[in-house]
Design a protein around this ligand. Structure first.
Ligand code: CO
Length: 436
C-alpha cells in the first residue's frame, strides 16, 4: 500500500500536465514491451501482441491481445487532464504601470480558484517548434517556483472571507517578474525546450501547483497532492493493466484528455478515438465488421474517475446512505439520470470482481436535491456502447489545486482493476454474465 502511494506521488511530481502524464504512461508501456502504433499508418497486429496509440500526445489507448482469439474488450478509462490556468498565446503583460510583469491566463476547467493563490506555481505543457525545416513538439516544464498569484491584502478586500467572487481576468493573473522582466518568460520557455526563442511557433502551456505531495493524519491514512482527480485512477488503471495478461478478451487501457472541459476534443472521450482503436485492432486481427460490432456489444468498461468523500465539516451535503470515505475501498457511482453509467448489471459484475479480489466496495449517489458532476463513461458510450460501470476513489476537495485522498485506496483500485483485466467477463445472449 505504502509503495503505491509513494509511486503515485512520484508520478504526480513528474506529470505537471496531461502531456507529461501521457508521456510517462507511454514510457511505462515501452518498458513493458508495448509497440507504439501510429493512427495515420497501417497496423499489422499479431496474437499475443501489445500496442498503444496516442492522440495529440495528451490521450493514450493501449491494448493487449490474447494469444488465442478474443470475443470482446475489457476496458478501463480515466482522464489525464485536471483544472488549471492556461497561458494565452500572447501572455506577457506589464502591470501596475510597468512595476511588474504578469501573465495573461484563462481558466481550463472548473477549479476552486482560491486554492491557486499565494502558493508557488510553475509552467508546463508543450510547444511546437521549428527544427531543421520541420514543425515538431517539445514538452516543457520550467520545474521551478516561477510564478505566484498574490491575494489582495485583507485591508483592501474586507469581504474576502464572506464569499468573495474572484474575477478570472482581474484577480487570478499570476505574477512572473519585476521591472524589466519583459521577454524573460519566452527566453525561459525556449531554454526549457532546448530551442532558440524564434523557433517557438505555438504553445499549450499551463500553470501547475508546485506544492509537493505528502502523507499525513493520525495513522498516516491520508495523502494530499495536486491532480489526484483523475491521475489517481490513471495511475491505478495503468498499474493494473501492465500486470495483467490478456486471456479470452483484449485488455484496453484508455486515458483521455479534456474531460474537465466536456470531452469533445479530437482526443477526448466524446471523439472517435476509442471506436477507431477498437475497430482497427479488430480489423488488423482479421475480424469482420460484424465480428467487431459483436465484440464491442459484448464488452465491459469501467469508467474510473474520482468520487467525492463525505466532507467532515459538511456531511449534510451528502446522501445519508450512499456516502463514501477515503480509505474505504473502491467507489461505485450511481445516478438515476445516467450521468453515471452504472446499472444493476454493471454494478453486479463489478462488485463480484471486487469480491473475488477481496476489495471493499462503497456506493455513492448524490443527495436527490443536489445536481452532481459528470464524467466520461456515458460520453464514451455514445460512440462505443457496452455495459459500463462508473467507479472512482473517494477524495476530498475535488478541483482544488491540492486535493486529498485515502492511502489504502490506490492499492484497492489496482487490485479491483487487476481482477477486471484478468477475469473473463462473458455476457451470453440472454443477458447472463459469467465471470471466468
Ligand atoms: Co475527474
Amino acid at each position: 500500500m505504502a509503495d503505491h502511494v509513494q509511486r503515485f506521488l512520484d508520478f504526480i511530481a513528474k506529470s505537471p500536465s496531461a502531456f507529461h502524464a501521457v508521456k510517462h504512461i507511454c514510457d511505462a508501456l515501452d518498458a513493458n514491451g508495448f509497440t507504439p502504433l501510429c493512427e495515420s499508418a497501417p497496423w499489422a497486429l499479431v496474437p499475443g501482441g501489445k500496442y498503444y496509440v496516442t492522440r495529440n500526445r495528451s490521450s493514450v489507448i493501449a491494448f493487449a491481445v490474447p494469444e488465442t482469439g478474443f470475443a470482446h474488450f475489457q476496458i478501463v478509462s480515466s482522464h489525464s487532464d485536471s483544472p488549471a490556468f492556461k497561458l494565452k498565446h500572447i501572455c506577457e503583460d506589464e502591470a501596475a504601470g510597468g512595476c511588474y510583469l504578469r501573465l495573461n491566463v484563462e481558466r481550463y476547467g472548473g477549479m476552486i480558484m482560491s486554492s491557486w493563490l499565494d502558493r508557488p506555481l510553475s509552467i508546463a505543457g508543450r510547444v511546437l517548434v521549428r527544427r531543421d525545416g520541420k514543425l515538431t513538439t517539445r514538452l516543457v516544464d520550467l520545474a521551478r517556483d516561477a510564478v505566484l498569484i498574490p491575494n489582495m491584502p485583507i485591508h483592501f478586500n474586507r469581504e474576502v472571507n464572506d464569499g468573495y467572487a474572484y474575477n478570472a481576468q482581474v484577480d487570478l493573473l499570476p505574477l512572473y517578474g519585476g521591472r524589466e522582466s519583459k521577454g524573460l518568460l519566452r527566453a525561459e520557455i525556449a531554454r526549457a525546450a532546448g530551442v532558440e526563442e524564434d523557433d517557438i511557433l505555438a504553445q499549450d502551456l499551463f500553470l501547475y501547483a508546485r506544492t509537493p505531495g505528502c502523507v499525513w493524519g493520525a495513522r498516516n491514512e491520508f495523502f494530499s497532492c495536486p491532480r489526484i482527480d483523475d491521475l489517481e485512477c490513471a495511475y491505478a488503471s495503468a498499474a493494473a493493466f501492465l500486470e495483467s495478461p490478456a486471456v479470452g478478451h483484449i485488455n484496453v487501457l484508455a486515458v483521455f484528455d479534456n474531460e474537465e472541459v466536456g470531452s469533445s476534443s479530437k482526443q477526448g472521450a466524446d471523439s472517435t478515438f476509442l471506436t477507431d482503436v477498437l475497430t482497427r485492432a479488430g480489423t488488423a486481427l482479421g475480424a469482420s465488421d460484424s465480428d467487431i460490432r459483436a465484440a464491442i456489444a459484448a464488452s465491459f468498461m469501467a469508467s474510473a474517475d474520482n468520487a467525492h468523500a463525505v466532507h467532515p465539516n459538511h456531511p449534510e451535503k451528502y446522501d445519508a446512505q450512499n456516502r463514501t470515505v477515503p480509505g474505504g475501498g473502491v467507489v461505485i457511482k450511481h445516478n438515476a439520470n445516467q450521468k453515471y453509467t452504472t446499472d444493476a448489471a454493471s454494478c453486479a459484475v463489478f462488485s463480484s470482481l471486487c469480491a473475488l479480489a477481496g476489495v471493499p466496495v462503497q456506493h455513492f449517489a448524490n443527495r436527490s436535491d443536489m445536481p452532481g458532476g459528470s464524467t466520461l463513461g456515458n460520453i464514451a458510450n455514445r460512440h462505443a456502447s457496452m455495459n459500463t460501470v462508473d467507479i472512482g476513489l473517494a477524495q476530498l476537495a475535488m478541483h482544488s489545486s491540492y486535493e486529498t485522498a485515502g492511502c489504502a485506496d490506490i492499492a484497492y483500485m489496482v487490485q479491483a482493476l487487476t481482477a477486471l483485466y484478468t477475469h473473463d467477463v462473458v455476457m451470453t445472449a440472454d443477458g447472463t454474465f459469467e465471470i471466468a
